[in-house]
Design a protein around this ligand. Structure first.
Ligand code: FNR
Length: 746
């Protein structure tokens, strides 16, 4: 058994409700939560054994063991009662990864927690949610899946719901996002229904009705102190009681409405540092909870809490019970502006009453700008507005899923390409020339931002930021398919706006083969591209329920090429992540095509993306389809000896070393999509994302120049002559390709 050297360690914080508890149970109603600086840690060890084990510091001597069945699923043996949340999280996250096409792994998980008191008594900080989130994060990492907080929340919420079947999942949101946050619960009836009907990846990829997550930046002049009654309360039981009790005289609608208003006021006041506003909102919230407690006979604010709240008020603070009440935690807000800090008096007063102050502060946050599923915003990265037509929705889903499925740690065929490094390079970094010609324009680097999006308001915003980044770095940019202009002439405006943003930097216009010649002419006349890309994407189309089924493209490529040539515009034929075989390159060369963008497998995977979008059929088995970028470059190399072919290497390019390897295999230019999109969309705003893209490209430029000097390459976009050797499958592929694939059926 070969054990992994360094275990994967992931943590998730516990939570406290600051306002809006109970009302949060009504879908669409908000609550304000604080994730705390105590939590659960999952330590995952990858190994090659047959079975995995789950242990926890909370249950010394106990464990759960699982094996993988023939169906690929993890199956636990024995009693999982003490570990029900952790086990479900592991099983669900593992299933999610496999549905995305990841190869099954075996691992063991050890949990530890700082959520409870040292004597084991519970503070009530939501340990089940923290356990689930920590396990989900660890499993996603073992599969190399980089998920944002929203995705982590969704997977964890599925697991938590499958075990508990009630609650708002606000604790899962706090554990996933961290910091202070406003949370609006998903419609749980919808979630229950989808979990029984759809594969997990589809549930996670769907828009979750009513869900909202937003990080809140609390003004540092307002502080929070937490006290503990020493008496645990069962949120689960109180929630069940609240929901079952008829409460004849209680106006549920007024309660939820007033609670939502109070939460809104509390958030604004906390962000503005307006203590009087915070105090008023907290008092309102407390008053609402009193009404609820009376109507439903719930022991929300027990007498010791009332005493501590009154003592806090006398000291200029404001306090309330937190969460289910009936025990557990008390929370106070106080001013921390200069000269006004009552924290030490608060502590003493609480201790005298019998409330134990606990050393809790807010956890660090994975800032979430605003994920609001019901309404649109051009700045948010995770929104698929309801008013869009099918094509526009598809564009939005491609962006969202490309980001969601993005993984920075994947292995690719580039790992099997080895460059022989001269120990004596005899070159200076300043001797390296990265500037090169791109269809007649001198650009700073042999790297382009490759085709991704366009044709909707949101995608135009993205294209504008990418175009500005390309212009700032003076590298070319290709916009995503503009064929949409044939059906929706208004979409041209978005491409023109992005074109303007690119300024003098070269732009490439991308179309599909069936684009009418008139549309191509319009695009050339209005956008002045340096080249046209015609994308060929058979694998993507077959996984799309609404996709094309006719892949006879040669005539269309000839037609579009003739059309573009009338404008002196060169044509690049491009895949979208499944690469080029030798015969197809040969056919294109015979047609007079001089430029191909190999867009091979290894990076963004449109079989996986479309499979998540396909709600009718499962195509997860096709996600490994395609020729890698390295294989495609080798194919082109075999063809280019007899033709005038220029190759752009793209598909899964991760770093300057992959770039140099591409040049060594014969490429003249590099295209990058997924990494750039991830860089853009990982920032809080698109403007920040643009700056981060610029920084990345500039860093790549510097690193590529130094790398070239080390390998004694003066101008990488011209032939490099670096000796290359291949290992593993790639070597076998190269041998078979050179022998012209003797293993055909005839
Ligand atoms: C793409 N790609 C793409 N390609 C194309 O020719 N026309 C298009 O409209 C699109 N749309 C698109 C959307 C999104 C969101 C992504 C991420 C990608 C494919 C892209 O140009 C590239 O070939 C592949 O993504 C492989 O490169 P990376 O992502 O692995 O660098």
């Amino acid at each position: 058994m070969s054990d992994q050297q360094h275990p994967i360690v992931e943590s998730a914080p516990g939570k406290l409700y600051l306002a809006g508890e109970y009302a949060i149970l009504t879908p669409g109603n908000p609550a304000l939560l604080m994730a705390v600086n105590r939590g659960v840690t999952a330590q995952l060890t990858l190994h090659s054994g047959r079975s995995g084990h789950l242990t926890s510091s909370l249950y010394p001597g106990k464990s759960v063991t699982w094996e993988r069945g023939d169906d690929g699923q993890l199956h636990a043996s024995g009693d999982v009662t003490d570990f029900s949340f952790a086990w479900k999280a592991i099983e669900v996250a593992d299933r999610y990864a496999r549905q995305l096409g990841c190869a099954p792994q075996m691992f063991s998980v050890a949990l530890s927690s700082t959520l409870d008191a040292s004597d084991g008594r519970k503070f009530g900080l939501g340990s089940s949610a923290a356990v689930v989130v920590a396990c989900v994060k660890a499993i996603l990492r073992v599969y190399g899946l980089e998920a944002d907080s929203l995705t982590v929340y969704k997977i964890a919420a599925c697991a938590h719901w499958l075990v508990q079947g009630n609650g708002s999942l606000g604790d899962v949101a706090a554990s996933s996002v961290g910091g202070f946050l406003v949370y609006q619960s998903v419609d749980r009836a919808w979630l229950s229904d989808r979990l029984t009907k759809l594969p997990l990846t589809r549930v996670v990829a769907a828009q979750w009705p009513c869900l909202r997550l937003r990080s809140v930046r609390v003004n540092p002049n307002i502080r929070v102190m937490v006290g503990w009654t020493g008496k645990p309360a069962s949120t689960e039981k109180l929630v069940a009681r609240q929901q079952s009790h008829s409460g004849a005289s209680f106006d549920e609608h007024a309660f939820t409405h007033e609670s939502a208003v109070a939460v809104g006021h509390a958030v604004r006041a906390l962000e503005d540092g307006d203590f009087a506003g915070v105090a008023a909102a907290v008092e309102k919230n407390r008053d609402l909870l009193h009404r609820l407690a009376q109507a439903k006979s719930l022991p929300i604010e027990i007498p010791v809490m009332t005493k501590a709240i009154q003592a806090s008020q006398r000291l200029g603070a404001v306090a309330k019970s937190s969460g289910a009440g009936g025990g557990d935690c008390l929370i106070a807000f106080y001013r921390a502006a200069s000269g006004v800090d009552c924290s030490s008096q608060l502590r003493t007063a609480w201790k005298n009453i019998g409330i134990i102050p606990i050393d809790l502060t807010v956890s660090t946050a994975n800032h979430v700008a605003d994920v609001q599923v019901q309404t649109a915003s051009t700045e948010s990265t995770h929104i698929t507005p309801c008013h869009m037509n099918a094509r526009q929705k598809r564009k939005e889903e491609h962006l969202r899923l490309a980001q969601q499925l993005y993984s920075s740690s994947r292995h690719t065929d580039f790992d099997a390409v080895h460059l022989v490094r001269p120990t004596l390079p005899e070159m200076r970094v300043e001797d390296v020339t990265l500037a090169t010609d791109f269809f007649g324009t001198r650009v700073a680097l042999p790297i382009m931002i490759n085709a991704m999006t366009g044709g909707t308001a949101h995608s135009t915003q993205i294209n504008i930021r990418l175009a500005r980044a390309a212009a700032a770095c003076h590298i070319p940019i290709a916009f995503g398919s503009a064929s949409i202009v044939a059906q929706d002439p208004d979409a041209l405006d978005g491409f023109l706006a992005a074109r303007r943003a690119a300024g003098k930097t070269p732009v490439v216009i991308n179309v599909n083969p069936s684009t009418p010649s008139s549309t191509l002419m319009l695009l050339i006349e209005r956008c002045h591209p340096s080249a046209i890309q015609i994308h060929v994407n058979a694998v993507q189309e077959i996984v799309m329920p609404e996709g094309d089924r006719d892949f006879r493209w040669i005539d269309d490529i000839r037609r579009l090429k003739q059309c573009a040539e009338k404008y002196g515009c060169p044509v690049i034929v491009k895949e979208v992540g499944f690469g080029f075989d030798r015969a197809s390159i040969h056919r294109l060369c015979a047609l007079g095509v001089q430029y191909i963008d190999c867009a091979g497998a290894g990076g963004t995977n449109f079989a996986a993306i479309e499979n998540v979008r396909n709600h009718q059929e499962d195509w997860s088995w096709l996600t490994g389809c395609g020729l890698s970028t390295v294989q495609s470059l080798l194919n082109a190399r075999l063809e280019s000896s007899s033709s005038k072919l220029t190759v752009i290497a793209s598909g899964g390019i991760r770093n300057p070393l992959d770039m140099l390897k591409s040049f060594a295999l014969g490429a003249s230019f590099i295209g990058v999509s997924g990494v750039i999109l991830h860089q853009l969309l990982s920032a809080d705003t698109l403007d920040e994302g643009q700056r981060s893209v610029e920084k990345l490209i500039q860093t790549w430029g510097k690193q590529l120049a130094r790398l070239c000097a080390v390998y004694s390459v003066a101008e990488p976009s011209r032939r490099t002559h670096i000796p290359v050797w291949l290992s593993g499958d790639v070597k076998e592929y190269w041998d078979a390709a050179r022998a012209d694939f003797p293993l055909t059926a005839d």
